[in-house]
Structures are given as C-alpha cells and as structure tokens.
Design a protein around this ligand. Structure first.
Ligand SMILES: Nc1ncnc2c1ncn2[C@@H]1O[C@H](COP(=O)(O)OP(=O)(O)OP(=O)(O)O)[C@@H](O)[C@H]1O
Length: 596
C-alpha cells in the first residue's frame, strides 16, 4: 500500500476536482436511502387505507376516500421517481469528477514514465525488454487508474451508503438489521475470492494471447524462411497448439465467471428471505409495520452492489499497489549518463582517447582495452577490424552512450563527461550499423533531427547521400511512406536515407558505423566524394569492413579484441605488411575472383 502513496501528489494537484466528487458521492447516497422510507410510508398508507376503504363500503364517501388514497399513492410514486432522478444527476457529476480525475492522473503518470524513459541511457534499454517497458506505460498505469477512479469512488460510496443504511435500519429494528445483513460479509468474501481467481486466470490468458500474437507476428516476419524450408505445416500445428492452450484457459475463466452472478443472487435472496421471514413474525407481533419489511428489502438490495464491490475494490487496490511498485522501481532508476554542464558548446571536433578501457556492464565483455589515439578537427579517422573487435563500441563511447571504466575521452581538450551532452550530440551526425527508419514519409525520416522540415535541405542531403534519384522514382517521391504502412526500401536505399538524415545538419562530427556495407563500390565512391565536400574542416569517423572505403582516411586504426594493433595512414600500413596489408590483399583477391 505504501507504494500507492506516490500518487498522493496527484491527488493534491487535482484536489479541486476530487473534493466536489466526494461531495457528490455523499449526497447521492442520501437520495438512495430516502426512497426506501417513502416506500415504507406508501405501503403503510395502503395498509391503513384498505381497512378504512372497506369500512366505508356502500357509502358515497368511499369514492372520495379512494380518490384521496390514489392521489397520495401517485404523489409517493412521483416523489420516488424525482429522488431517483436527482440521484442520477448526482451520480453523473460523481463520475464526471472522480473518473475524469483518474483519467487526468493516468495521463500525467504515463507522461512522467515516458519522460523518464527518455532520460535513461542505452544500457537501461538493453537490460529491460521492450514488452516490460511498454507494460509500465500501458497495463500498469491502467491498473493504477482503476485504483484512483473506481476503487476510491466505490470505497467512499460503500462507506457512506453503509453508514446511512445501517443507521436507518437500526432505527427500525436492531435484530432484523443484524439478521438481514448477516449474509453480506460472506458475499463480500466470496466475491473477493472469485475476483482474485478471475484475475489470476485473466493474467494467464493475457500471457497466452501475447505468446500467440508473438508467434503469429514472427511467422509473418519470417514467412520467406518458412516457405523456403517448407515448414508451413509445422508452423500451422504450432499455431493450433498455442490456440488450444488459449482456448483451454479461456474456458476455465468462463466457468468461474459463470459462478459470479448466481452466488451473488443466492446470497441477496437469502437476505431477502430472512428479512421477510423474521420481519413477518415481527409484523404479526406488532413490533414493526409491513411497510418496514418493504423498506428493509430496498435497503438490502441497495447494499448488495456496494458489498460486492468491496471484494472487487480490494483486489483492484492490491493489483494497483503491485503495478505502482513496478512503476516506482522504474521511476527510481537514475540515468547513469548524467549531463552536468548546460553551457553552450561549439564543437570543433578534436578527439583524444587516453588509455580507455570499457567493459559492458551486463555481459562483462571487455570490448575496449587500453586504447589511446588522437584525431584533429577536420581529419578522417577510419576504424577497421574483425567482427566483434570493438568498432561499434568505440563509436558508442564517442557518442557517450556509455561512460568509460578507465581512462578518459577528450573532446576539444575537455573531458567528454564535462561537456554539454545534448549540445554535443546535436552537433554530431551518426549513422548506426543497424539502420532504423520510422514508419513515416521519407522526408520526415531525413529531417528527423531538425526542428522544421526544410525541403531544400532534405533534397540536398538526399543528393549527397546518392539516394535522390531512387526517391524521385517513387510515385509520391519524398512523401512516400516507409515502414509497416508503406513501401519497403532495399537495404542499400535504407542505408542511404539514414546517411542523408545524419548529414542534413552538416554536423561537426560524423560517425559512420559500417554504413556503406550495403551499397556498391561506385555509389560508395560518390557518397565519400560528397562527404569529403560536406565534411571539409569537420571530423569524420568511418567504421568499415572494406579497405576501399577507408583508403583515403587521414588515420586508420586496426582493432583486434578491443586493442589497436596497427595505426597509420593507408601507405604507412601497407608498408608495414601486417594485418592491414593482409586484409587489403585478401579483399583485392576476392574482388578479382568476383570480376573474373
Ligand atoms: N550492448 C552490448 N552489451 C554487451 N556486450 C556487447 C554489446 N554490444 C557489443 N557487445 C560485445 O562487445 C564486443 C565488441 O562488439 P562490437 O559491436 O563493438 O564489435 P564490432 O567490431 O563493431 O563488430 P561488427 O563488425 O560485427 O559490427 C563483442 O564481443 C560483443 O559481443
């Protein structure tokens, strides 16, 4: 429960919506109790008047008596209707205030969690799976909303109605009160148990549904592999098995749900029977009137819903507390990469690595091992090496996606930890190894890092990334939708759109992580030529597998197992006749074989 205390700040924020809500809950209950008393009066009136009516048999007055009696009954009926109407209006305002507030708080909480996610660094997203991250913002927040809205509303409602009804009942007859409400605690307990069971089963069904959806999604994504390996039948059987488990769990939920109403009706019926039986004896003994029995039956029926909601509310609160606990754990996670400096930064592009070592915190893999090098502003640094040698990690460290364990990285002579991180990243262009494009138009994808869409800039960037002609071939040109709802770009086209996105701002520092692997050598040459022009006087870091890509770099680092094993420009490294030379010779040979 203490986890839910986190929400108090929201209650305070929306107090002027909640306080009227509580007022409406309380007043609406008065209008729930008064009709029962009017029904008692009406019934007693019927009882007395029937005797009187019979007394005046054969007299003219009987007709007048009948009229008075009928109009009084009509009056009581109209009064009950009017009270129900007023109660309805109050209930409407109750929901308009309390449930509306719960929606406001849900919105605030979702935004708070989402904003917090944006502050957290890459390592956090690698540690937690996407499903979990999504659940915090969707499922968990919804459960918390059920506590803020329905749970609180029904709790206040139940307490107020209970007090009013019990006071009214005790005023009539204490013994009858105790006996008629005796089955209700059992009702609350059973409903609580049934709700918990329903909850456990619903959770299981939800899990089954997720598994089923993932299965279907994966089989659609991998349809080419499935068809190529003629695995359609196996996949179909797998789907049938998953569906069977889902059906089985759903059936068992339906069985429990089917018990819910009969149990409720049984216990309410029991209360009514007790009221009629015990009340009937009291009427015969003259302790209470017949109208009191009718009044009691109305009370008992009025208590049914709040009592059953008590069980429901208890399980709602428990679930909300569990969800809020998970949300709090996320909100308490502090970003590991912290920006201490808000001074404006004008990046030049001098980079220095000084004895840098980095080990991935989750896997314990030492990806960078005691690396030192310098790049002057305006130079092109190339990084080459076997797969897994630490090239992408180096790019991540330059972008300060992770902080180093040992050593220091300097940007323009300042430690990277001490410069304005957001300013720094804004002046950096990065093309990641795994291209990611949003489900949006090509123009918006290219202009992603910009505040405003400047089509001139977008087109220029596309030209410099050698993708302009491809885009112009599409019917809708730059307005072409890509991603799930749109067309599928080829690997090379995606890479070039991603390059256009990185160069559109003419960054001071540009990092290409194996970003030319899917384009042919001719296109690669054209892009590099354009880059040479755009990046003149700015620093570029090019990670590549092909020697042809990096031949013209000012400095080349050859990495192996996180260490620099060779360093120099193309000529120097060729003269060394070491790993770089071997790689070059091998790639040259491969090219000749392909061309012959
Ligand atoms: N997010 C991560 N968490 C844990 N370990 C990682 C992570 N990313 C990379 N590694 C590990 O760090 C090492 C270096 O990986 P890195 O991606 O830097 O290599 P690379 O040289 O870029 O390889 P490639 O050329 O195949 O892209 C590898 O052993 C890899 O398994």
């Amino acid at each position: 429960m203490k986890d839910l205390a986190y929400l108090n700040k929201f209650f305070l924020k929306y107090k002027w919506k909640l306080i009227p809500g509580v007022f409406f809950v309380i007043t609406s209950n008065f209008f729930a109790v008064i009709p029962a008393q009017i029904i008692r009066l009406a019934l007693d009136l019927v009882n007395e008047n029937i005797a009187l009516y019979k007394l005046f048999q054969q007299f003219d007055r009987q007709e007048i008596l009948y009229k008075i009696f009928a109009s009084s009954l009509l009056f009581f009926g109209a009064l009950v209707l009017l009270l129900a109407l007023v109660r309805g209006i109050l209930l409407f305002f109750m929901r308009q205030t309390i449930i509306l507030t719960s929606r406001h708080i849900e919105y605030d909480l979702k935004n708070e969690i989402y904003n917090h996610y944006q502050k957290l660094n890459l390592a956090f997203f690698r540690r937690n799976n996407t499903g979990d991250l999504m659940n915090r913002v969707t499922e968990d927040v919804s459960r918390v909303r059920m506590y803020i809205g329905p749970a609180i509303m029904y709790t206040i409602n139940t307490v107020v109605l209970f007090i009013l009804v019990i006071v009214a009942m005790v005023n009539v007859n204490v013994k009858l009160t105790i006996l008629s409400i005796a089955p209700l605690p059992i009702l609350a307990l059973i409903i609580y148990r049934v709700h918990n069971k329903i909850h456990v089963k619903s959770e299981k069904i939800q899990e089954r549904l997720s598994t089923l959806s993932s299965y279907v999604q994966e089989s659609f994504s991998g349809i080419r592999v499935i068809k190529a390996y003629t695995q359609e039948k196996n996949i179909r059987n797998g789907f049938a098995n998953e569906s069977e488990s889902y059906k089985h769990d759903s059936m068992s939920l339906v069985k429990i749900q089917a018990l819910f109403y009969p149990i409720m009706l049984l216990l309410v019926g029991l209360s009514t029977i007790i009221t009629v039986y015990v009340g009937g004896i009291d009427v015969m003994e003259g302790k209470i009137t017949a109208g009191n029995i009718a009044e009691f039956i109305v009370y008992v029926n009025q208590l049914t819903f709040p009592v059953s909601s008590l069980g429901w509310v208890t399980s709602l609160v428990q679930r909300a507390a569990a969800s809020q606990k998970r949300i709090n754990a996320f909100l308490k996670t502090e970003p590991e990469i912290i920006n201490y400096n808000n001074d404006k930064l004008n990046l030049k592009g001098d980079i220095e690595f000084n004895k840098v070592t980095f080990t991935y915190p989750d896997t314990g893999i030492k990806a960078i091992d005691n690396i030192s090098f310098k790049v002057k502003a305006g130079e092109i640094l190339a990084i080459i090496g076997k797969t897994g040698s630490g090239k992408s990690t180096l790019a991540n460290l330059i972008l300060r996606m992770y902080d180093v364990n040992e050593g220091d990285i300097f940007m323009d002579g300042k430690n990277i930890k001490d410069i304005n991180l957001y300013n720094y990243r804004a002046q950096t262009g990065f093309v990641p190894q795994e291209v990611f494009l949003f489900s949006d138009t090509i123009a918006n994808n290219i202009a992603f890092g910009q505040d405003l869409l400047d089509m001139q800039k977008v087109e220029n960037a596309a030209k410099n990334a050698s993708v302009y002609n491809n885009i112009m071939e599409f019917d809708q040109k730059f307005e072409t939708y890509i991603g799930e709802r749109g067309i599928t770009l080829s690997g090379g086209q995606k890479q070039r759109v991603s390059i256009a996105r990185a160069i559109i701002n003419e960054p001071k520092l540009l990092i290409f992580d194996d970003s030319l692997s899917a384009v042919d050598t001719k296109t690669e040459e054209a892009i590099l030529k354009n880059l040479g022009r755009i990046m003149d006087g700015r620093t570029s870091i090019i990670i590549a597998h092909r020697v042809s890509t990096i031949k013209n770099a000012d400095k080349i680092l050859v990495l192996d197992e996180g260490k620099i094993i060779e360093e120099g420009n193309h000529q120097q490294l060729m003269a060394k006749k070491g790993s770089y030379f071997e790689l070059y010779e091998k790639q040259l040979l491969d090219e000749e074989v392909v061309n012959s």
